[in-house]
Structure formats: C-alpha cells, structure tokens
Design a protein. Structure first.
Length: 128
C-alpha cells in the first residue's frame, strides 16, 4: 500500500507527480527545484541560494512524512553545469550531518523552469 505525502511548505507539483510517496518504511521524494513555495517562482540569487532552497523543499516534504534530512539515505543531484559541484558539496556539508546520504550527481542539459539544480531522494522511516 502506498501513501501520498503532500505539504504546503514545499512547492506544489508542477506536473503529474506527488511530492513524495511512502511505501512501507521507505519514502520516495520527488525532485525538487529551487521554487519558493509561496510564489512558485525560482528563488533569486546564485547557485548556492538555489541549492539551499532545494534542500529546504526536501526538508519540508521529509517533515511531512514524519522524518528529517538525517533520514535521507540516497540523493540524486541534477546540475546543468557540473562546475557547480563544489557548491553542492559546500551546502550539503552545512545542511547534512555524517553519515551523509549516498549520492549521485548527474549533468543535464536543462531543468524545469530553467533551474540550475534539482535533487530527489529516498528516505527511510525508522520505527514510525
């Protein structure tokens, strides 16, 4: 059985998908781009600001599932410019604590709404 996770603190889906879906103790977090949930517009600023907003969005959805960033076991980061890889590492070092989630970084040609970054993830609910 699956449960859809939907929260107001993260951007509404801009397509035919759920913010997250829980299947047992596993929650699959859909990709988040740096949209401000209040305006549904890209946040202003540099790539660091965009990565911060994406992580804020993921954290909001994780909270909606009764979890937090520390429960994320896997992330996939999509970047339109792999030169921004160090920025992702810097922001992740501030926002996550060891042990860090497993992660892949993928270079892509474009992302929705001309975002510079998108991140999706998988989290595990421990005893919930």
């Amino acid at each position: 059985m699956k449960e859809v996770i939907q929260v107001a603190d993260a951007p509404k889906a801009i397509g035919t998908y759920s913010q997250a879906v829980r299947a047992g103790d596993v929650v699959y977090l859909s990709g988040q781009i740096p949209l401000d949930p209040a305006t549904m517009e890209l946040v202003p600023g540099d790539v660091s600001a965009q990565v911060e907003r994406v992580i804020d969005n993921l954290a909001a959805v994780a909270r909606g599932a009764g979890a937090g960033l520390s429960d994320i076991v896997r992330l996939t980061v999509y970047l339109v410019d792999l030169a921004h890889f160090p920025v992702v590492n810097e922001v992740m070092a501030r926002r996550f604590v060891p042990p860090y989630p497993a992660r892949a970084v993928v270079g892509v040609k474009t992302l929705p709404r001309a975002a510079a970054v998108e991140i999706d993830g998988i989290l595990v609910l421990r005893g919930r």
